[in-house]
Design a protein around this ligand. Structure first.
Ligand SMILES: [Zn+2]
Length: 339
């Protein structure tokens, strides 16, 4: 399907979502949501300190929590999910990826509403106090006068490489110092901050590999090292081995799942936009490849949440039909991939 046509049908689905929700009873499910950096406000985004990514502000995050509490959602943590959820309720898990220091801004909101959240941490960034490469590419690219399109194309190219290759590329382009964070907005937590953060009763920590490794770009040994060493290093900081992992960019292989099982990681999460139904929580493989929605600060919050909660999407029906006719066809990936 052509991109413009697909976008138009998606917009129609977004418009129809409140009507669908008013007509068809929302199916009970376990929905998980992905956040990255949490910006103080829209003004902070204009400083170009880091890749704006989803552009979610603290205020928007608070509204997100209120919206779902009003819709009757129960907020859960990884241990809650592993203990077992009830089939007749709607559940939600908040997740933040990467380990940004700015994630501390979520704490007052978690406390205000007494809801837990899981933070997936790229541990070498914490230990080495090193900026995330996509932030380096954005910040330095902007300074060098690159357009947003050029920066995005470069980011998409780098997502097919290992962390070493990415660093070599960016260091050659901008120098080694470019990996020094420039503010509290773009820096990862320090190990001490992460230790203290992890002790908060509403905070749960998960594995996001050692070096934010996009795992299919690595050899089997590389995948093993990225996951196992992250478990060990995180345990040294937070005092326990995580039971969960968020695969960087949502990408994994069958071997990745084997390594996770061996390491006692029972819950794995991707960036495939879909609900998780109760049946999938009893299947070991499904539990290691859970779906997750992404919220965008550039779009209206209620429309996005209504759309994700809605169980009837015309675009999905058309895709199913299209795939049946042309089973070999691969859909073009979104131009902006999630890190
Ligand atoms: Zn990430």
């Amino acid at each position: 399907m052509k991109t413009a046509f697909r976008k138009a049908i998606h917009q129609l689905d977004v418009l129809l979502a409140p009507l669908v929700l008013a007509t068809l009873r929302e199916q009970n499910a376990f929905n998980t949501y992905l956040f990255h950096a949490l910006f103080k406000d829209r003004e902070e985004l204009k400083l170009h300190l880091c890749d704006p990514q989803q552009q979610v502000t603290v205020g928007m995050f608070r509204d997100f929590v209120i919206y779902h509490l009003e819709k009757g959602y129960t907020f859960v943590s990884v241990p809650d999910v592993l203990k077992g959820l009830e089939p007749d309720k709607k559940y939600l898990m908040i997740t933040f990826d990467d380990g940004y220091y700015n994630n501390h801004r979520a704490l007052p909101i978690l406390e205000e509403f007494q809801v837990p959240a899981t933070f997936f941490v790229s541990v070498n960034h914490v230990l080495q106090e090193k900026a995330f490469w996509w932030d380096v590419a954005y910040r330095e690219g902007k300074k060098a006068g690159k357009t947003d399109g050029e920066i995005l194309a470069e980011k998409n190219m780098l997502l097919s490489k290992t962390d070493d290759e990415v660093e070599r590329y960016l260091e050659a382009e901008y120098g080694e110092r470019a990996f020094q964070p420039v503010s509290d907005t773009d820096r990862p937590m320090t190990a001490d901050e992460l230790r203290k953060f992890s002790q908060h009763p509403l905070v749960h920590i998960g594995n996001h590999t050692c070096d934010h490794a996009v795992l299919p770009n690595y050899s089997e040994e590389g995948v093993e090292r990225q996951i196992v060493e992250a478990q060990v290093k995180l345990e040294r900081i937070i005092g326990y081995r995580p039971l969960s992992i968020a695969y960087p960019c949502g990408d994994y292989t069958n071997h990745t799942l084997e390594v996770c099982r061996r390491e006692g990681i029972a819950l794995g999460i991707t960036v495939h936009h879909a609900k998780n139904f109760y049946s999938s929580l009893h299947d070991r493989n499904s539990l290691l490849t859970l779906n997750r929605f992404t919220i965008w600060g550039t779009e209206e919050l209620k429309s996005q949440c209504d759309f994700y909660r809605s169980d009837y999407h015309i675009l999905e029906k058309m895709r199913n039909l299209y795939h049946r006719i042309r089973p070999q066809h691969q859909y073009q990936k979104n131009s902006q991939r999630i890190v």
